[in-house]
Design a protein around this ligand. Structure first.
Ligand code: GTQ
Length: 374
């Protein structure tokens, strides 16, 4: 648990507390002419006592979005769109296309027989498969078949292309990328593959078959990249792992039974800028409230329930996506008293941890649960 917040008053010594006078206002105008400014006019804003996210909690309901996503198929071709995606736009963020914090997300749709040109970029990406049969993605020559609730990586700098086999059905998946972060760092490059498509150089699904075996690693398996060599994490083994772990742990009072997807060569996050987890809420489980730094995009993989975020209730069900902004109080509730619920979560935790920005605090009042306002 982090430090208790300090004395959050702006009139304490050490905080800027200068009243405007005509003389000072004229002085600020003068400085402005030289592209300069007085720190005390902005200090309390640029160094808040604690994180103040511009992002607001949002639930993107699949029941609302699905038909609009499918409509894009009739309106634009995959080829013309480049990637045919409806992105999730946090209403608190007018400056960038972000779902929450510095994370971008969108719903990509492809019809059987379609594919998108191979490309690569500085942004890292994940896919979380929502519906359809026959979707595939190719990452640096490794072809993967994609099933519902599978989680797939396309780490930064890797060539990737997606498509749906002619024998398949319309497919929808969530894309999650660190585009806003990469752009904030002014580090974004984008390239289209010279051949528009990649040669497949390995057995289909080889990265999962090679690296995804519990407790076993290939003898002489060499890997030197900072991201995971396993590009696809399938749903069934993930769910089974959660059930096994749930059978022998009480889990966390704040997170239920939570497991992180890891790079099997390091046990660290799957990529340097974004990490992911799957958490299981047991029947009727109601986690206690806490808050922590980092931006979190939840995707309901199974079940239904609600989350209370900064004192407001947000209902969710399978395939809905919702966000928890940095430092927002949150607790989750599984609505079912007979079945578990599972929440996939994409986050920027690897960045928070790498730069020592991670901080966490438990909600101490009211027995650990937030009072809920309408
Ligand atoms: O397929 O890499 O939704 O570059 C947005 C940007 C998907 C992708 C998106 C992208 C991609």
């Amino acid at each position: 648990m982090g430090k208790e917040p300090g004395n959050h008053r702006e009139d304490v010594v050490g905080r800027a507390n200068v009243e405007d006078t005509p003389e000072l206002l004229a002085y600020y105008d003068e400085l402005d002419n030289y592209h300069a400014g007085a720190l005390w006019t902005v200090a309390n804003k640029i160094e808040p006592w604690e994180p103040k996210s511009q992002s607001i909690p949002v639930v993107w309901r699949y029941a609302d979005l699905r038909e609009h996503v499918l409509r894009s198929v009739d309106l634009v071709t995959a080829e013309k769109a480049g990637r045919r995606v409806i992105y999730l736009n946090n209403p608190g963020r007018s400056d960038v296309s972000a779902a929450v914090g510095w994370l971008y997300a969108g719903l990509q749709v492809m019809n059987p027989g379609e594919d998108a040109a191979a490309h690569r970029h500085s942004a890292s990406a994940i896919r979380f498969i929502m519906e359809g049969e026959g979707a595939f993605t190719v990452v640096d020559g490794h072809k993967m078949t994609l099933g519902e609730n599978d989680f797939v990586l396309t780490p930064n700098g890797t060539w990737h292309e997606h498509g749906v086999e002619p024998t398949g059905t319309p497919c929808i998946w969530q894309d999650g990328l660190d585009i806003p972060f990469v752009n904030a760092m002014e580090a974004g490059f984008f390239e289209v593959h010279p051949d528009l498509t990649q040669a497949v150089g390995y057995a289909v699904d080889d990265t999962t078959k090679t690296w995804g075996n519990p407790g076993l690693t290939p003898a002489n398996g060499k890997w030197s990249e900072a991201y995971s060599p396993m590009y696809k994490y399938e749903w069934l083994p993930t769910y089974e792992a959660l059930l096994k772990y749930a059978a022998c742990t009480d889990g966390s009072p704040y997170d239920g039974v939570l497991m992180e997807y890891v790079n099997p060569t390091s046990n660290g996050p799957v990529m340097q800028t974004m990490g992911a987890s799957m958490q299981l809420l047991r029947a009727s489980e109601h986690t206690k409230a806490h808050r922590h730094t980092g931006s979190y995009l939840y995707h309901v993989a199974k079940g239904e329930g609600h989350s209370i975020i900064n004192g407001k209730r947000y209902d969710w069900r399978e395939k809905d996506i919702f966000c928890v902004p940095s430092w927002a109080w949150h607790e989750h509730v599984n609505a079912s008293d007979t079945d578990d619920a599972c929440l996939f979560c994409l986050s920027d935790l690897p960045v928070m941890r790498a730069f020592n920005f991670y901080r966490e605090q438990a909600f101490s009042d009211n027995n650990g649960y937030q009072p809920v306002s309408a």
